[in-house]
Design a protein around this ligand. Sequence first.
Ligand code: PGA
Length: 251
Amino acid sequence: MRRRLVAGNWKMFGSNARNQLLLEGLASRAGGLEGVSCAVCVPFPYLHQAQSVLSESGVAWGAQNASQWPEGAYTGEVAVPMLADFGCQYVIVGHSERRSLFHEDDQLVGAKAKAVLEHGMTPIVCVGESLQEREAGVTESVVSRQLDAVIAEIGTEGLDKSVVAYEPVWAIGTGKTATPDEAQAVHLFLRHAVSARNADVGERLTMLYGGSVKAANAQSLFGMDDIDGGLIGGASLKLDEFMAICEAAIA
Ligand code: PGA
């Protein structure tokens, strides 16, 4: 059976006071769910807070981005080894907001995934098509191009230590979720694409769905054969809502 994971993506939200309540709630409620790992990817300044509250809780934490370079004169950037200093287990790479707002291309996303793996952490590699691309019928070619660029950098061995998140751009933060069948179809396509390179890696790969996942739709999404959990934005900021989503991933 594949590993199940529900990861929160807090984006650029939070404050010391608000985080403390949320993290303490997660520490007491989300660590021991049977067969489901829970994680939160927090803004950089709050990594220390996440580490101090979540250590030994069974809930993992991570970052939402990282530089592809290990160190250097790159003002404003954060390097992967710095994330390791704060005990991160996960780093999101290639989120569509980074691709579209900060012009990250496929090759850069691959380089970031490689840097994360080199420091023993798990990249959560995001892929997904825009509304225009879906309407033009090119969803499969877009997500395979995005995934191929990452595999070109990390190989199938690297992918075996990664998590893939399918996040259709038109479903992120819009309240418009892909139907379970729509999401499953893309997950199955991606799994087949990976299996064609290495059947074992394809079978083992944990693939998350992301885009307006809520307590109300989580179970039907996570019930699909090739959806192994979720990457949760807005709903990860509300403790009860996020907990219900984590519980919906219990197989
Ligand atoms: P959303 O975001 O759940 O708020 O749609 C998901 C994401 O961006 O990872």
